[in-house]
Every structure is written in structure tokens, then in C-alpha cells.
Design a protein around this ligand. Structure first.
Ligand SMILES: [Ca+2]
Ligand SMILES: [Ca+2]
Length: 434
């Protein structure tokens, strides 16, 4: 069999394996924009928010059905009663479980979860308190709430979700300290949960009400925080990574973060922003689909199923990256072609070259895979500590021909691709004399 035929056969087998997986679960998040009823809630200031019209509800329901989500995190729901009625009358009861706990917001808007999967646990963090943040006397608790829900998949796998709706930006920078403090607390909550059960797949998703590079959100994206939260929306091309339009400008306010145990189950290419009709809501939805293997496999958490195929694996690249879909080696840009690569900033790109050196930062927390002796002469692969175990071959890469793929970024003027997923790096030993 020729190499081409072998590659084709392997690709077909990979396709068959992919289509045979029935245990896929789609998670999504959507700010539904004021899903209010016409009844006056005497305990909340809901008088100034009109009820969502029948037409708007119908459009929203059609949009939600189109998401195909098994689990839908929602924000800006007035109450559990309103959401239950919407699910029953507009969605035909497609979600068996409606989780909504009245939170702290003055107007009464709440975070909630619609679930087709059984709910094992639901908890609120609305009672969490901290000292007044940044001179804001009222900023001593979550402006809304963080809703924690644990669901159980048919194969007994459990997934933990934290549904967020962080303090809004209205009022400008004055809200930043409050949102920063909320983020700190979310981080603490994640540590508390995963500290008890480090192998629990966990998602943090919702309307974070700020931009990806905004300082208040930085702690969520910190690559050295433990456990690391991986922003799945970064799998989407930069130009498509927006969820809200403010003054005519596209912005990303909605996010989907996952811990590594959940990230490892992400179906490649499944992360999507969904544009919804303006009659439904002013936000885009974000969704991602996951493979959920059996509970026994989850507890052992061995290497990902494709791990054996990659490290120094067969020299045919098409057999080596089932995780991300095979990169076309003919499209790879040489790592030293910085001019072409600079034009690819923010875009998913396949890059190849011979590794000149691999070195670790003085703290040992970052590993650099360099394709040139000087950092400004070529793009580098960057691996953060949390992904060291994902790339056991790092120490042996020097002198090898390596293909990497990912988003081209710029850091301190130099080009880089952050490597976190197994399929992002393929090393090929340069063939020596036999
Ligand atoms: Ca009301
Ligand atoms: Ca409410």
C-alpha cells in the first residue's frame, strides 16, 4: 500500500471513529436579554423593564432550538417561573430541568441553566461576601450571582458548570474594581471545587461583560493559574470572535472556559458563535461540543486516545493530527518567514521548521520552542506549565523537523503560537542513514 493510500485509510478510520461516537454533548451560553414577564415583582425593581413580547419570545425560542444545545446557560432571566413557562410554552418543554435561583440583582435578572441532563447539584454563591472593593461601598458580593450546577451524562460522567453574569460595564471604568473582584472570587470558587475533585470536567461560561484583554478579566485567562482555565472561544478565528455590538463596534463579552479535563473532550472545530436575530436578543450565543467517554475512563484520565499517534509518530502528517483535523503540510508557512506570518496575526496557521533550541524560562513555567537562534528571526511555539504533560517530547525536539498549528500571536514584538492541545504539534525525526 502506498503512503498516500495508508494516509487515506487512516483518515477514513478516524472518520468512522468520529462518527461512531454517540456520546456527544453540546453546551452553550446565551444572554437572552431581559426575559421578563408583565407581572410586578414587589421585591424587585422590575417595573421599568417591559415584558418580552410574544413575537420576541417566539424568535428567541426558534433561535435556541437552532443551537441544538443539551445544556444552555442563560443570563438576564427574571425568574425561574418565567423561564419554566418559556421552556414549557415556547420550547415545547425540550429541557427537562430548569435551574434558576433568585440572585442579588436589583432589577431581578438572574443566571440560569436549561438542561436535558439530570441535575445532581445546584448551588448559589450570592451570599459570598468580601470587603468593599476599590472604594465601591456596595461591591461586597456578586452583582448578580454565580450559579453552580453539576449534571450527569447518560454514561454517568458528571460535568460541573459555573454560569456567570459579571457586573456590567455601564458606568464606565467605575465598575472595573467590582468586576475584578468578582473574577477573583470566581477563581477562588474554581479552586475550591477542583481542589476537592481535580479530575472533574468544569466549564465557566456566560456574559463576562468585558473584553478579552481587559484587566478585570485577566485573572481568568492567566495561563499559570491553577487550575488553568482554557478559553475555548480562542479556537474561533479572531474576526468571528465577537458576541455584542457596542456603538457599531463588534466586541466579545461572552466566553466559554474549560478546565483541561473538559478541554480534552472538546470535539475539534465545534466551538461556534451563533448570530441571532436582533428581535431575540442583543448577544450572540457561544457553543461547544464534547465527547463524553464512560465514567471509568474519566476516573483514570489517562493520555488522550490519539496520544500514541503523535509524538515522533509516523512521518505522514495526515495520520498524526486526528485531534484537530489534519493540517495540509503544503500550506505550512516556514517559521522563519516572519513577514508572511505577521500577516497571519490572529489567524489559525500551520507553521513548520527545524527546531534550533528548546528552553525553559528561569521560573520553569514556560517552555519555548525556537526555530531560529534569535527570537525575532522566527515564530516560536510557547508551552505553558499546565500543558507540559501534553507534550512529553519537548526535551527531544532540537534538530527535528516540527509542524505546529494554532493562532499566530505577538508577544513583546515577537511572533508565537501557544501550544496547549495535543494535535497542535507534530515532530518528525529527520531521517538519518540506516
Ligand atoms: Ca416581572
Ligand atoms: Ca429574579
Amino acid at each position: 500500500m502506498s503512503r498516500r493510500n495508508i494516509a487515506l485509510t487512516v483518515s477514513l478510520v478516524a472518520l468512522c471513529i468520529a462518527s461512531a461516537r454517540a456520546d456527544e454533548i453540546t453546551l452553550a451560553t446565551l444572554n437572552v436579554h431581559n426575559l421578563f414577564d408583565a407581572n410586578n415583582d414587589p421585591y424587585r425593581q422590575d417595573e421599568d423593564t417591559p415584558a418580552k413580547s410574544a413575537e420576541s419570545q417566539a424568535v428567541l425560542a426558534a433561535a435556541i432550538k437552532g443551537l441544538g444545545a443539551d445544556l444552555l446557560a442563560v443570563q438576564e432571566v427574571e425568574s425561574r417561573e418565567v423561564l419554566e413557562q418559556f421552556n414549557r410554552t415556547r420550547l415545547g418543554g425540550m429541557y427537562a430541568h430548569v435551574v434558576c435561583i433568585e440572585g442579588n440583582d436589583g432589577r431581578g435578572i438572574d443566571v440560569a441553566l436549561l438542561s436535558k441532563l439530570p441535575v445532581v447539584l445546584a448551588a448559589t454563591y450570592q451570599h459570598r461576601r468580601w470587603p468593599a472593593a476599590g472604594g465601591l461601598p456596595h461591591a461586597t458580593s456578586f452583582a448578580r450571582d454565580v450559579l453552580r450546577v453539576r449534571v450527569r451524562a447518560p454514561d454517568q460522567t458528571t460535568i460541573e458548570l459555573l454560569v456567570l453574569h459579571l457586573k456590567s460595564k455601564s458606568g464606565g471604568e467605575s465598575s472595573d474594581p467590582w468586576r475584578s473582584r468578582e473574577v477573583e472570587e470566581v477563581r477562588a470558587i474554581v479552586r475550591e471545587i477542583t481542589g476537592e475533585q481535580p479530575e472533574l470536567p468544569l466549564a465557566v461560561l456566560g456574559d463576562f461583560n468585558d473584553l478579552p484583554a481587559a484587566p478585570p478579566l485577566s485573572a481568568l485567562f492567566d495561563p499559570n493559574a491553577q487550575p488553568r482555565l482554557l478559553d475555548l472561544t480562542r479556537e474561533v478565528l479572531l474576526a468571528d470572535r465577537w458576541s455584542f455590538v457596542y456603538n457599531g463596534e463588534r466586541q466579545q463579552l461572552d466566553y466559554f472556559l474549560a478546565t483541561q479535563p473538559l478541554r480534552e473532550r472538546l470535539v475539534p472545530g465545534s466551538v461556534r458563535f451563533h448570530r441571532l436575530p436582533p428581535e431575540a436578543t442583543d448577544h450572540s450565543a457561544v457553543s461547544a461540543t464534547f465527547d463524553l467517554p464512560g465514567a471509568a475512563e474519566l476516573q483514570t484520565l489517562g493520555p488522550p486516545p490519539w496520544a500514541g499517534l503523535t509524538a515522533h509518530g509516523p512521518p505522514d502528517l495526515t495520520t498524526a493530527i486526528p485531534a484537530l483535523g489534519p493540517p495540509d503540510p503544503t500550506t505550512a508557512i516556514p517559521a522563519t518567514d516572519t513577514e508572511r506570518l505577521r500577516a497571519r496575526l490572529g489567524s489559525w496557521t500551520v507553521v513548520s521548521g527545524t527546531v534550533k533550541q528548546v528552553f525553559w524560562s528561569p521560573t520553569g513555567k514556560v517552555c519555548y520552542v525556537n526555530f531560529a537562534a534569535r527570537a525575532d528571526r522566527a515564530l516560536s511555539g510557547v508551552v505553558f506549565q499546565s500543558a507540559f504533560d501534553t507534550f512529553p517530547e519537548l526535551r527531544d525536539l532540537t534538530g527535528k523537523s516540527v509542524t505546529i498549528q494554532g493562532l499566530v500571536e505577538q508577544y513583546e514584538g515577537n511572533l508565537q503560537i501557544v501550544l496547549s492541545g495535543r494535535g497542535q504539534l507534530v515532530a518528525v525525526a529527520v531521517r538519518g542513514p540506516r
